[in-house]
Ligand binder design. Structure first.
Ligand SMILES: [Zn+2]
Length: 316
């Protein structure tokens, strides 16, 4: 095999997938078999070496240091015993990490921040911890009752299931697959669109939920046709990351449009347009367009198409 020359990441059709997506960097061993120990969380809460990540209404405490933004991981506290606690995993030294759901903090307190705010700047381990506890906490919050009989459910298996108090059925955390797609035309322009729920100027690539009985690729083609009337070919996988707002797994694809005519579903799409790299850079630099934040896979997909950060000189 000869060594390949540098390839432009922005060239559509490249089969390289997206690496190191902000929320797909977790490093801990989830040690799932340990969840079967019914005393696991109680024992960990008694061990001062256990590291506790407290989540309070979608915020975790962080500190800014010269090593970057760090999650505050503290020893167990007395009040944790009465809180929802979940075993998040262990590191290579055997240190156990628990997530606990605490009381709301003052949102004006700058040291308590959301995953959207800090997910892209945390370490690999911390980004994985925050994404996992956020997804689990969201699920617990809305699965308090059994879907079969309506009775109360209780957390079990170190927070990884809920069990019906009446019929004993086990209920598992939800992850809802959603597809997100960078659609380009024959001139390599990118399709951007705005949801009716977004403010003017905010644009992103199209996305939608996968339906029962549907493959990921079929969902990509269906969503694009439903939302903007464009037929796709060459649908290719690009990468994925959890998106616990509240419970998605975002699976990214590229697709090539057959034709450029747009027919919008006005309930889903307020506006849509094909943009060249120069046009997008101009829109961003002049403040006419606000693209998705760095923590999102959408932003990484747009930058991949662009060949680098928007508005900056692309480097090979
Ligand atoms: Zn039940």
């Amino acid at each position: 095999m000869t060594s390949a020359p540098h390839t432009l990441e922005g060239v559509s059709g490249s089969l390289e997938t997206l690496q190191d997506l902000s929320l797909a960097r977790g490093t801990l061993d989830r040690a799932g078999l340990r969840r079967r120990d019914p005393d696991l969380v109680a024992l960990m809460l008694k061990d001062p070496l256990t590291r506790v990540l407290e989540l309070a209404q979608g915020r975790a405490q962080v500190t800014d240091s010269d090593r970057g933004c760090l999650l505050v991981l503290r020893p167990p506290a007395e009040q944790d015993a009465s809180r929802l606690a979940v075993f998040l995993g262990q590191d290579e030294r055997g240190t156990a990490y628990l997530g606990v759901v605490g009381e709301a903090q003052d949102p004006a307190n700058p040291s308590w921040r959301t995953l959207r705010q800090v997910g892209a700047v945390l370490s690999d381990r911390d980004a994985g911890l925050f994404a996992t506890v956020q997804g689990l906490a969201n699920w617990h919050a809305v699965h308090t009752h059994c879907p079969l009989c309506g009775s109360i459910t209780e957390p079990d298996q170190a927070g990884w299931i809920r069990r019906c108090s009446r019929d004993g059925t086990e209920h598992y955390p939800r992850t809802d697959p959603a597809v997100i797609m960078a659609v380009t035309d024959d001139d390599d322009r990118l399709l951007l669109a705005r949801s009716p729920h977004w403010p003017a100027g905010r644009l992103s690539v199209l996305a939608g939920f996968v339906e029962p009985g549907e493959s990921l690729e079929a969902a990509v083609a269906r969503e694009v046709f439903e939302e903007v009337g464009v037929v796709l070919q060459q649908v290719r996988y690009l990468g994925n990351q959890p998106w616990p707002f509240p419970s998605s797994l975002m699976v990214g694809f590229t697709g090539r449009a057959v034709g450029t005519a747009l027919h919008l579903d006005d309930q889903e799409i307020a506006e849509a347009m094909w943009v060249s790299r120069a046009e997008l850079a101009d829109m961003v630099l002049t403040g006419r367009c606000d693209i998705s934040p760095t923590v999102s896979i959408a932003r990484r997909m747009i930058e991949r198409w662009n060949g680098g950060p928007i508005g900056a000189v692309a480097t090979p």
